[in-house]
Design a protein around this ligand. Structure first.
Ligand SMILES: Nc1nc2c(ncn2[C@@H]2O[C@H](COP(=O)(O)OP(=O)(O)OP(=O)(O)O)[C@@H](O)[C@H]2O)c(=O)[nH]1
Length: 321
């Protein structure tokens, strides 16, 4: 689940973060401590994801504490176990802990938080400048809050998975029509702001029905997957690609006005041919057409229809040859 930190960047997660903020503020008040945190363990170190709002709390959200720093949370994550330190200044283990030696914390109670797959997410903890003696119900409380945070992570994970499923075409694993058109609107707005041309390229396989009829649907499916793979491999990070349905695909690309679209399609042709040969699939060609948008002509459905028309003309011209 190491890719899941990106979940927290998503819109839905902003609501979760607001809820977590309330939890941490309340937790610090119930424990009557100056500092309460959700700390996230990352590859490069630890960072505060949520901190209670209290003028006595020296640590705020953000920053990165390097992995080698001897902080309490490091031990919780490393040992995947709760830690309760009542009186840290008399324990030599914490002599090099800046939370103790520099900032004067005495008490720490923290529990590990896990991603849905059980890997380390970070810690939930409270810290006090005074020596403490929490009873068992306080430990149970922090564990219970942790369980609730983990439930939120499970929900976020499921939501993200379902959203991905809803956006992808199951056969080719590239965006489906609804997703590619929705995402293209945003790309188009950015392209126009940057005074770039925003192109829609309509790609349609030639005589694909005959491939199905002659070789069967399984081979037909493999050909569709190959064109999707070829489209993905010639796409740059800024480009968008999706399957419109059947044997029709769309690419949305931005750039200067010019000949580069035909060069891009030449590369696509080569890549597609290569994949078909490599996978012992029948030779299949495609036709394409493009349309470009500007400030006056911005409707995406119109743009797609225009690119479709231009593809159809190219296909007809190809047949006459
Ligand atoms: N294997 C497979 N075939 C599909 C899928 N979706 C649509 N098709 C087939 O794709 C074919 C598309 O046929 P047409 O729209 O007539 O296009 P074409 O044969 O490529 O003809 P032109 O576009 O005029 O060159 C149909 O036979 C559909 O049954 C799919 O998911 N898998």
């Amino acid at each position: 689940m190491s890719t899941d930190p990106e979940l927290l960047q998503q819109t839905k997660s902003q609501e979760t973060l607001a809820k977590w903020q309330k939890t941490i503020d309340l937790m610090a008040r119930v424990f009557n401590v100056p500092a309460g945190f959700i700390v996230q363990a990352q590859e490069a170190g630890f960072s505060v994801l949520v901190a209670n709002k209290n003028s006595e709390n020296p640590y705020s959200v953000g920053g990165l504490i390097p992995l080698e720093t001897n902080i309490f949370c490091k031990k919780v994550v490393a040992e995947n176990a709760a830690l309760y330190e009542r009186n840290a200044s008399i324990n030599p283990e914490w002599d090099s802990n800046p939370e103790v030696s520099e900032d004067g914390f005495e008490s720490y109670l923290g529990v590990p938080i896990h991603w849905p797959d059980g890997s380390a997410f970070g810690t939930l903890c409270v810290m006090d400048f005074k020596i403490t003696s929490y009873d068992i119900s306080m430990v149970e409380l922090i564990e219970h809050l942790r369980d609730m945070l983990e439930d939120d992570l499970i929900l976020m994970h499921r939501f993200s998975k379902m959203r991905t499923i809803a956006m992808l075409d199951p056969l080719t694993n590239i965006y489906n029509r609804r997703a590619v058109v929705t995402l293209a609107e945003h790309k188009r707005d950015i392209a126009l702001k940057m005074a770039l041309y925003f192109y829609c390229i309509f790609i349609d396989l030639d005589d694909f029905k005959a491939v199905n009829d002659q070789y069967g649907h399984i081979i037909g499916d493999k050909v569709l997957s190959s064109i999707a793979q070829a489209i993905t491999s010639v796409s740059r990070d800024d480009d968008l690609a999706g399957r419109l349905g059947g044997d029709e695909f769309l690419m949305f690309v931005q750039g200067p006005n010019g000949e580069w679209i035909s060069e891009l399609m030449k590369r696509l042709e080569e890549q597609f041919e290569l994949l078909l040969t490599r996978n012992a699939l029948p030779k299949v060609t495609f036709s394409y057409g493009s349309a470009v948008t500007d400030e006056k002509f911005i409707d995406l459905e119109q743009l797609i229809a225009q690119a479709d028309k231009s593809m159809y003309q190219a296909k007809t011209a190809r047949r006459k040859v």
